[in-house]
Design a protein around this ligand. Structure first.
Ligand code: HEC
Length: 142
């Protein structure tokens, strides 16, 4: 149920998106690199606890990790719901879809809250990391 209302909220927000620079009305983003994403590498990136692991907030049953978060909806099956372009924008900066989200923007440096000096001006993921993570998440199909 929770997932459904979130999806509905993203639909409502699609209209709002048309006023946000860099995001399309559909809430999508084109590939960031010429090199296709590597799902095997993406799988390791999402598990990397030193880089705001998705598992802090989401569960992914395909992964062997012991601890899975519950702050966000389970990611099982999201590859059947979203296109790669939709997932890319969400991973880059979910605030462009849901302005008040707690999900960290993995490829943005603007308006971040309490960023340590070491991280200032840096993105959590590189452009290729984003592509690899998108490729992995796209394998999470029903
Ligand atoms: C700090 C918590 C947090 C982290 C870390 C996080 N997310 Fe999220 N994510 C959320 C929340 C909460 C939502 C529900 C919508 C919202 O409030 O933004 C969400 C929504 C999503 C959705 C939409 C799910 C649906 O069913 O509609 C996807 C896809 C997603 N996240 C992918 C990721 C990926 C991939 C990562 C790691 C690269 C990640 N998230 C890291 C909190 C997080």
């Amino acid at each position: 149920m929770k997932g459904k209302s979130i999806r509905f909220a993203s639909l409502v927000c699609a209209a709002w998106l048309s006023v946000v620079p860099g995001a399309s009305a559909e809430g999508t983003h084109p590939p960031l690199t010429d090199q296709a994403g590597d799902p095997v590498r993406g799988r390791e990136i999402v598990r990397d606890t030193s880089r705001a692991s998705c598992l802090i907030c989401h569960s992914i049953s395909a992964l062997p990790d012991r601890d899975h978060g519950e702050l966000g909806p389970p990611l099982d099956g999201v590859g059947s719901i979203y296109t790669a372009a939709e997932l890319r924008l969400r991973i880059m900066d979910a605030r462009r879809i849901l302005p008040d989200t707690i999900m960290p923007p993995y490829f943005a440096t603007n308006d971040l809250y309490r960023v340590g000096a070491r991280w200032e001006g840096q993105t959590i993921y590189s452009a290729q990391d984003v592509e690899d993570v998108v490729a992995f998440v796209m394998t999470l199909v029903d």
